[in-house]
Design a binder for this molecule. Structure first.
Ligand SMILES: Cc1cc2nc3c(=O)[nH]c(=O)nc-3n(C[C@H](O)[C@H](O)[C@H](O)COP(=O)(O)OP(=O)(O)OC[C@H]3O[C@@H](n4cnc5c(N)ncnc54)[C@H](O)[C@@H]3O)c2cc1C
Length: 464
């Protein structure tokens, strides 16, 4: 297969993430570092009080957004004795058939992967159809200071990973019958990407098993033809897991409700009401009603920019386009999920998740991938970029799972429920989640979080 050429990465100046409507702006590296350091200093001072404040002051917490991010927060807050109210603009996902009305977590494919490197910004350098990816989604230069409102994420990532293990132990019922599969196989087309990733995962302590290609193929004979045609340099196994995310969040919602929380579906929050000093007075519902609480946790995903206007996080979370495809998991069945990296392709990273078809109960592999920057746009289903992403996923399925792909084509079952599903996932320019706190009039906390992969798993212990 011909591989697209990559453009050289620009290093002399940095395009910072001013979003398209504001225009791209070039500033010097030094200036950017100084700006970030200032923001970080201010934010760190605010962050130090969070845990003490929330733990010492039980009370009412209003959460805006019921995607995986805030559901995990809600779970912990409800378990911690807070009186929890969740407001979501969309319908109850457990009873909604129309996926287009749902957020990123509940729409799309019923599969998600959780690894320590899941927050990679998947910057598609040199992407021909999304040229703005090069400048808007850039890799954070090594050693550079991360903006303060993202710092809480980085600071707590290892701790959050540990907390996740604890979560599974303390609440095992949430992880039962949700298609949980432990261990992820990472596969690489390019040898140097393989070696770099082995180094990274060894350093992170997430490496479980690595071996030479010939050994790898003995365990995974399915990929023999891909290796023979130079489409596979090798692979290894890391710590991580996948699950049927729709089943998981349905359980989570039931569990949070059982802990006394209230859910308000089809209930958009339209505004953050603040006093002249910027302190939060409450949240305004669409009807103009003021909702007041001791604390607030706002995680509205990619649709929240209007609500977040006037905060540091406003317009920082924007969308990248991703698509889904599925094929049957044929014998010899994959028992753990795969993350495939193919440098320079339209879809560079593809998650291939071992799952169960929610409609037929059949064992399937769910392909999810695509990191096309769309800003605040919602592409039409027939948009050429979208079709290119679907076609790229088909190529990957055909290359690595030829029999499963042929059968899915034959049965016309490539698309979940017969629909070419796509989602706009929330992302930030660095790929790191946001974590902003705003003072409230009552002395409680107003927290804005979200904006990246890894659902809520990496944020909840910062929020608490
Ligand atoms: C193809 C694809 C594959 C993916 N694979 C993975 C993966 O393997 N691993 C991984 O970690 N992540 C993956 N992701 C990303 C992951 O799904 C998202 O990061 C995650 O679901 C985002 O959750 P969220 O809670 O931030 O946002 P959402 O799920 O979008 O939730 C936000 C909620 O806020 C509500 N809302 C918005 N505005 C308002 C308002 N004003 N008032 C009230 N409610 C409001 C919305 O209705 C929505 O329900 C994938 C995404 C896609 C598309």
């Amino acid at each position: 297969m011909a591989r697209p050429q990559r453009s050289p990465v620009k290093v002399d100046a940095i395009h910072i993430a001013e979003w398209p409507e504001q225009g791209l702006k070039e500033i010097s590296f030094c200036e950017q570092v100084l700006r970030c350091a200032g923001a970080q200093h201010a934010q760190t001072r605010r962050l130090t009080g969070i845990r003490r404040t929330l733990v010492n002051r039980r009370g009412v917490v209003i959460l805006v957004g019921a995607g995986i991010m805030n559901l995990i927060n809600a779970h912990y807050l409800a378990a911690g004795g807070y009186s929890v109210q969740v407001h979501d603009a969309g319908p109850d996902p457990r009873s909604t058939q129309d996926w287009t009305k749902l957020g990123t977590t509940h729409g799309g494919g019923d599969a998600r992967m959780f690894t320590r490197t899941e927050a990679d910004n998947y910057n598609e350098q040199g992407n021909q159809i999304y040229p703005s990816m090069d400048t808007i989604f850039r890799r954070t230069p090594s050693g550079m200071v991360v903006p303060g409102f993202q710092r809480g994420y980085i600071r707590n990532q290892p701790a959050s990973w540990a907390a996740l293990g604890n979560f599974m132990q303390v609440s095992p019922h949430l992880f039962q019958q949700v298609g949980l599969h432990q261990g992820i196989t990472r596969m690489y087309v390019e040898r140097d990407d393989l070696e770099a990733s082995i180094k990274l995962n060894t350093g992170l302590g997430t490496m479980l098993e690595t071996c030479e290609l010939q050994e790898f193929l003995k365990v995974h004979p399915t990929f023999g033809s891909a290796a023979a045609t130079d489409q596979l340099a090798g692979g290894f196994t890391i710590a991580g897991f996948t699950l049927n995310v729709h089943k998981f969040v349905a359980k989570l919602i039931d569990d949070i409700r059982a802990k006394g929380a209230e859910f308000h579906w089809n209930h958009p929050i339209s505004n953050i009401r603040r006093d002249t000093l910027g302190r939060v007075l409450g949240l305004e519902s669409r009807e103009g009603k003021l909702l007041e609480a001791d604390h607030y946790v706002v995680s509205p995903g990619v649709l929240g920019n209007k609500l977040l206007e006037g905060t540091v996080s406003g317009s920082v979370i924007q969308g990248v386009l991703s698509v889904w495809l599925q094929i049957p998991n044929l014998e010899p069945k994959l028992s753990s999920s795969i993350k495939l990296h193919q440098r320079g392709h339209v879809v560079e990273d593809i998650n291939i998740t071992v799952a169960t078809d929610p409609h037929t109960g059949e064992d399937i592999l769910v392909f999810g991938g695509g990191y096309g920057f769309v800003g605040l746009d919602r592409p039409a289903a027939d948009k050429p970029e979208l079709q290119l992403l679907f076609s790229e996923l088909e190529t990957v399925a055909r290359t690595y799972f030829p029999q499963g792909y042929d059968l899915a084509k034959q049965n016309d079952s490539l698309w979940t429920g017969g629909k070419q599903k796509f989602c706009i996932r929330p992302f930030t320019p660095t790929g790191l989640g946001v974590f902003e706190t705003v003072p409230t009039i009552s002395g409680g906390r107003f927290i804005i979080t979200g904006g990246n992969n890894t659902g809520g798993f990496f944020h909840h212990d910062v929020t608490l």
